[in-house]
Structure formats: structure tokens, C-alpha cells
Design a binder for this molecule. Structure first.
Ligand SMILES: [Zn+2]
Ligand SMILES: [Zn+2]
Length: 280
């Protein structure tokens, strides 16, 4: 595990909606949402899309002994949970995982109940309780401030998405990384909750499913644009935008084009790519 002051983020899956492997998405990647944030020796994971399977395989291959992690879900749409049944370390006795979600309690649901249904027959061959790692479930209300580990502060905010979603900000050692996906910006002005969440952050990973030009056709779908990501970061004094939740129809050539436009418009910013590691 890493040193005490180490703080970085790795993108394991950057797609939204549905996995889209194939030659046209090979460079940016076809796995759905999964982001790892390392705070010294502690591992935080955000979303359990199909990128989580790849992270789990890397954990199983590279490190002996026990694995602990906190896994925070933005919400439980399939593209954000589909990797969970294929996360090998969850089946290993001795490992410990704490799962968190902020969109269910207000709706009278619980994360444990919702994830049990995901692995229920006839959708999956074995039930959730066959996972032999120690697994704890935590429901909170988006907007709460969490401290899952002493010294690691996790701020949360309710996002504008069908069924609700939660945005996150991780503060560690005086630096901040934000993970804000599955959210639709208002037609006029910015979402004040997002603006407050990302204030002064070094890295902002943000929902860029669409472009501003496409957005007119997709109002109400609960997603945003790379251009809105830039405007938000500028308004909030944030350092660097990393676009995320790419539309599965967006091929590598289009993402290269957006990457170039983004770099001109807000230097230091990048289109999120599977396998990318960034330090704030
Ligand atoms: Zn999504
Ligand atoms: Zn969603």
C-alpha cells in the first residue's frame, strides 16, 4: 500500500450508459464508471461499473493479504453497479468492504436491499450473500459530510438525475478531488450544489455525456456537457477538469477532438481515459 501522503485518482471505467468494447473505443476504453482514489494507505472506490471488475482483478493479482476499501455509489443505475457481481475480492474471506449510497434512504429504500435484488434469480446465478468478504452497507442522505476514515473527509451533494444521484468530494492532506457524474445542469446558471461541492478543488471529474450542441435533444435525461464542466470549474476556481461518463456512441476520434478543444479552452484539462492516473 502507498505512503502516508500519497493522494491520487485512477480511472478504471469512463463510459456511461452501457459498456462499449470494440476497435472504435479501444484507446479511451469501453468499461463503465469506476474510479479509485488512494489516500495514503486507504483505498476509496467510486461506482461499481464494469471498470470495477478490472480493478478487482488488479487487486487480486498484485497484492497478497487482505484488501479493505470503501465503495461509494453515485446511484444504482446499471452502468454504475454492473461490475459488483464480478468483483473477485468480494468473494474472498478476510477482505472487508464498506458500501455507501446517498440516494436511497429518502426514497425509503436501502442499499443492501437494492443490491440483493441485482443478484437475485433469474438475473444472476448466485445471491449477494455468497460474497464471503465482510461487507457493510451504509445509507446516508446526499448532502451529508462523511469521514469514513480519520483524516479523509468526504463531502456529498444531491445531483439532478432521474431517481437521484450523489456527487462526491474527497479532501485529504489539504488537496481535493471531486467526482460528479450523472447530473443535468440547469438551462440557466449553474447548479449551486455542484458549484459549492467543487469550490477550489484541484481535480474535478465531471459528467460530459453530451456536448452543448447535443444537449438540446437530451434535456431531461440527467446528464451534462464538457462545456458546462469548464464553466463550472471556472466559476468555482477549480484547477483541472477531467471529463467522464462518455456516451457509448462517442468513438476515439470524436474524443480526441473534444480533448483538443478542451485543452485550448481550459488548459490542463483532459478527456478521461481508462487507466489514467492523476495527482492533484
Ligand atoms: Zn450513468
Ligand atoms: Zn444514471
Amino acid at each position: 500500500m502507498g505512503g502516508a501522503g500519497e493522494f491520487w485518482v485512477k480511472l478504471w471505467g469512463v463510459r456511461g450508459t452501457v459498456p462499449c468494447p470494440g476497435p472504435s473505443t479501444r484507446r479511451f476504453g469501453g468499461n463503465t464508471a469506476c474510479v479509485e482514489i488512494r489516500c495514503g494507505p486507504h483505498r476509496l472506490v467510486f461506482d461499481a461499473g464494469t471498470g470495477l471488475r478490472v480493478l478487482g482483478n488488479a487487486m487480486a493479482a498484485s497484492e497478497g493479504g487482505r484488501h479493505d476499501a470503501h465503495l461509494f455509489l453515485t446511484h444504482t443505475h446499471l452502468d454504475h453497479v454492473l461490475g459488483l457481481p464480478f468483483f473477485k475480492p468480494a468473494y474472498q474471506p478476510g477482505n472487508c468492504f464498506e458500501l455507501w449510497a446517498g440516494h436511497l434512504r429518502r426514497a425509503g429504500r436501502s442499499l443492501q436491499e437494492v443490491l440483493c435484488r441485482l443478484m437475485e434469480s433469474p438475473y444472476f446465478p448466485v445471491p449477494l450473500d455468497i460474497m464471503h468478504a465482510c461487507i457493510a452497507f451504509h445509507d446516508f442522505d446526499a448532502g451529508d459530510v462523511l469521514e469514513p476514515i480519520p483524516g479523509v473527509r468526504v463531502q456529498t451533494a444531491a445531483l439532478r438525475h432521474p431517481g437521484g444521484a450523489t456527487g462526491y468530494r474527497v479532501d485529504y492532506g489539504g488537496r481535493s478531488i471531486c467526482y460528479v457524474t450523472d447530473t443535468e445542469h440547469p438551462e440557466h446558471g449553474h447548479d449551486p450544489a455542484v458549484l459549492a461541492l467543487i469550490e477550489g478543488a484541484q481535480i474535478v471529474i465531471y459528467d460530459a455525456t453530451y456536448t452543448d450542441a447535443e444537449m438540446v435533444r437530451f434535456r431531461g435525461w440527467g446528464h451534462s456537457t464538457w462545456e458546462e464542466g469548464v464553466r463550472l470549474c471556472e466559476a468555482a476556481g477549480a484547477g483541472r477538469l477531467v471529463t467522464f461518463h462518455h456516451d457509448p456512441e462517442r468513438d476515439d476520434t470524436e474524443l480526441d477532438l473534444i480533448d483538443a478543444l478542451l485543452g485550448d479552452r481550459f488548459p490542463g484539462s483532459l478527456v478521461g481515459r481508462e487507466g489514467m492516473v492523476l495527482e492533484p
